[in-house]
Design a protein around this ligand. Structure first.
Ligand SMILES: *Cc1c(COP(=O)(O)O)cnc(C)c1O
Length: 395
């Protein structure tokens, strides 16, 4: 904004990412020359159909799945809704139980709450103060009528990685011993490009992904649905996506998704060390310059890219405005409710007092983040806090 060089220091990659040029280039022909409907029979439609198949192949390769286990959706949120409600709607209405966690994204929590209103039951398992779910505790919540378990792979606010494989194994065992047929879903939207998405290593039956968190387009998601799993479609119509999600396929966005996922997977291991180093520098710098700062969670069980820090006695939103004034884009908890400052449900689940949780800021690094960006934050943040504390009512 008013930074001297007019360059925005973008540290909000967990909210969304800029599209990569390679992705844009690959999408462009499908808006104009190759615009055919993949279901039509002439040759131009064949190009669209072929592109759809190619993207499905690319994604199946990264997930170590079959191509027909990949369902394209309109967003990560839609993927989560399809997994959760789509499975619930195959059952006798209002009957059955879901186990999930208290730190899921709202695109999991809200559909589960919707189902609760319809008569389904749900259990939300809490986390320890580092944001980790206890696998034993999670699995012990399974009942004879449990049909779904959902645990996110990487948390979008504090970056905690869950032991999904272990939780899924124990959940399945627990289901078997009480006669429940439990399917396991994971929201892996924040994990893509950061940790392995191999669905067999993870031991999951369903997995959600989103294009715009991996330098791909907004408005496209993927739901991996393991062979044999039957879902009631949320959108019915022409029977596209093997009747699991109707609507003419959004070929350009799907092509962009395939390319974005392939590129982010191919760079995953090589970017990890750099991300770790930048992240360590930021965390260390914050602790040095602002000893009162509380770094949320425990860095060793987190992806390095996501850093959440809480301050007592200031509002996260005010810190953000101060940072924005210095050309730095970050985010505060999950206070998306415009009218009031709501403490993040994730930070409350870690056991934070609401008064501390409202003073939190999230920095999320990305592939273009540099050492200079980190230096900028370490310069700006103490100044912003000093100003806010000197004039506490001026917000
Ligand atoms: C962003 C996000 C979503 C939602 O994805 P959209 O494509 O924006 O709907 C779901 N889960 C997590 C963990 C996310 O970070």
């Amino acid at each position: 904004m008013t930074s001297s060089d007019d360059r925005i220091n973008y540290l909000d990659h967990a909210a969304t990412t800029p599209m990569r040029n390679e992705v844009v280039e690959k999408m462009l022909p499908y808006f104009t020359q190759k615009f055919g409907n993949p279901s039509s029979l002439y040759s131009m439609a064949g190009e669209a159909r072929y592109a759809l198949d190619e993207a499905r192949e690319q994604i199946a390769h990264v997930l170590n799945s079959r191509e027909n286990e990949i369902v394209f959706t309109g967003s990560g949120s839609e993927s989560n809704n399809t997994a959760i409600k789509g499975l619930a709607f195959t059952r006798e209405p209002g009957k059955g139980h879901i186990v999930t966690t208290s730190i899921e994204h709202h695109a999991v929590i809200h559909p589960v709450e919707q189902l609760e209103k319809m008569g389904y039951d749900a259990t939300y398992i809490g986390v320890d103060n580092t944001g980790r779910v206890d696998p034993e505790e999670f699995a012990s919540a399974v009942r004879p009528d449990t049909f779904l378990a959902s645990v996110m792979l990487v948390n979008n606010e504090i970056g905690t990685i869950q032991a999904v494989r272990h939780i899924a194994d124990l959940t399945r065992e627990s289901g078997m011993s009480c006669g429940a047929d439990v399917l396991f879903h994971t929201d892996a939207v924040q994990a893509a490009g950061k940790i392995s998405l191999d669905v067999n290593e993870l031991g999951v039956d369903m997995m959600s992904l989103s294009g715009h968190k991996i330098y791909g387009p907004k408005g496209v998601g993927v739901l991996f649905v393991r062979r044999g799993v039957v879902l009631e479609p949320l959108i019915s119509g022409g029977g596209q996506e093997r009747d699991r999600r109707s609507g003419t396929e959004n070929v350009p966005l799907v092509v962009g998704f395939g390319e974005a996922l392939t590129l982010s997977e191919s760079e995953r291991l090589s970017t990890r060390l750099r991300m770790q180093r930048l992240s360590d520098r930021l965390v260390k710098g914050i602790i040095e310059k602002l000893p009162e700062a509380i770094i949320d969670g425990e860095r060793s069980s987190h992806v390095p890219e996501i850093i959440n820090v809480s301050f007592q006695g200031v509002e996260g939103e005010s810190i953000l405005l101060g940072l924005d004034f210095k050309g730095i884009a970050a985010s505060s908890g999950s206070a998306c409710s415009s009218a009031s400052v709501e403490p993040s449900h994730v930070l409350l689940a870690l056991g934070q007092e609401p008064s501390l949780a409202v003073g939190s800021v999230r920095f999320s690094l990305g592939r273009q983040t540099t050492d200079e960006d980190i230096t900028d934050v370490l310069k700006a943040l103490p100044l912003v806090l000093k100003q806010l504390r000197a004039f506490p009512s001026s917000t």
